[in-house]
Ligand binder design. Structure first.
Ligand code: ADP
Ligand code: MG
Length: 352
């Protein structure tokens, strides 16, 4: 059973950046306006997220890492009309199967923060953790302890949530071996943070390596989408943006975004796609957009495109495997044609 869980978890959480994406979505679901990320060794040693969202009640702390535990799914009908990111209740369970998870949280009506270590795999704890945490009693989950960490005491007046995942894949040697390069993993982490920071103007994001004083990403609650694009991708693209804003009640479909104009081109297509506020990929949309730009850009160069699509969740295939960022949706061809028309129109206008 433990082994099956670990394999399933390894499929959901492939690398530190996958885990972080889930954690960021949880923070956004909890209505956070500040999300701070700290990373050690590309997230393999430590992946830590702190937010100022509503937090977790002490009585729920023990179970949030159990499979299919979610506070976001009320009835079966909600499955087809969910509006939050989370619906599977699998992310924290998966992360806690392949790392050592500690959650610290304080909710609004409590004057104390609580700390909970999650350990789903007692036998392996014994092997690897006995020296590090001699007080661990190897039970399935540990009773929440009132938190005494100085870090948290400082924040006791605030609503607060922190999750630390340590030693990712310590119990999955093959995965661990496949992720030899912490720099590569850190770049993937930054890519995820950058995407979510741009899509969530109004939320402050920071991402730093542990021990570094200057964060590698730092957006503020007052910066706009374009401010964030400028900060992250530079003025060369920020100065050459066209806004995209259209809605089509028939599908229904809302298109929002910022796309580079015909003056801008790069070697590699930068494509930031969100569907219903989840960062996803769609090779079909990607390809179609590239061909629209092909008539405007020099050969073998590419645009910069940030696109946010909102559609009826009923029409989006949300049950796609979590590691596959690829999504599919109803009326895919028509919707893609609509998106391309909108982009074509914008590029055409700008070129006149
Ligand atoms: P899901 O997001 O699908 O509900 P997760 O495994 O990602 O499942 O999270 C399990 C539960 O843990 C959530 O439903 C939520 O109640 C709680 N949780 C996770 N992250 C946070 C957070 N940052 N703030 C508050 N609650 C959280
Ligand atoms: Mg989640």
């Amino acid at each position: 059973d433990v082994v099956v869980n670990r394999i399933a978890a390894g499929e959901i959480i492939h690398r530190p950046a996958n885990a972080l994406k889930e954690l960021i979505e949880n923070s956004l679901d909890a209505h956070s306006t500040s999300i701070q990320i700290s990373v050690k060794d590309g997230g393999l040693k430590l992946l830590q997220i702190q937010d100022n969202g509503h937090g977790v009640k002490v009585e729920d702390m023990g179970i949030v890492c159990e499979r299919f535990t979610t506070s976001k799914l009320r009835t079966f009908d909600d499955l087809s009309s969910m509006s939050t990111y989370g619906f599977r209740g699998e992310a924290l369970a998966s992360i806690s199967h392949v790392s050592h998870v500690t959650i610290t949280s304080k909710i609004k009506d409590s004057n104390c923060a609580y700390n909970q270590e999650h350990q789903q795999n007692p036998s392996l704890v014994q092997e690897t953790m006995a020296l590090k945490y001699p007080y661990v009693n190897y039970s399935h989950v540990l009773r929440p302890d009132p938190c005494t960490e100085p870090l948290v005491n400082k924040r006791l007046t605030k609503v607060y949530f922190q999750l630390q995942a340590e030693d990712l894949f310590y119990n999955v040697p093959t995965r661990r071996k496949a992720l030899k390069n912490p720099t590569e993993e850190y770049n993937r982490i930054l890519d995820i943070v950058n995407r979510y920071a741009i899509h969530n103007a109004g939320v402050s994001f920071t991402c730093r390596k542990v021990g570094s004083n200057t964060p590698d990403v730092h957006t503020t609650t007052s910066s706009t989408v374009v401010d964030n694009i400028r900060q992250i991708y530079g003025s060369s693209v920020a100065n050459e943006l066209l806004s995209l804003k259209q809605s089509f009640p028939i599908y229904p479909l809302k298109i929002n975004g910022w796309i580079s104009n015909a003056n801008y081109s790069v070697k590699k297509f930068a494509f930031l796609l969100f569907i219903n506020h989840r960062s996803v990929d769609s090779p079909a949309i990607r390809k179609a957009i590239e061909s629209v730009y092909a008539t405007y850009l020099p050969k073998n160069t590419h645009p910069w495109v940030y696109l946010s699509l909102e559609m009826d969740p009923k029409n989006v295939d949300v049950n796609v495997h979590p590691t596959k960022r690829e999504v599919h949706f109803m009326n895919e061809e028509e919707v893609i044609a609509t998106i391309c028309d909108a982009i074509q129109e914008r590029l055409g206008d700008a070129n006149v």
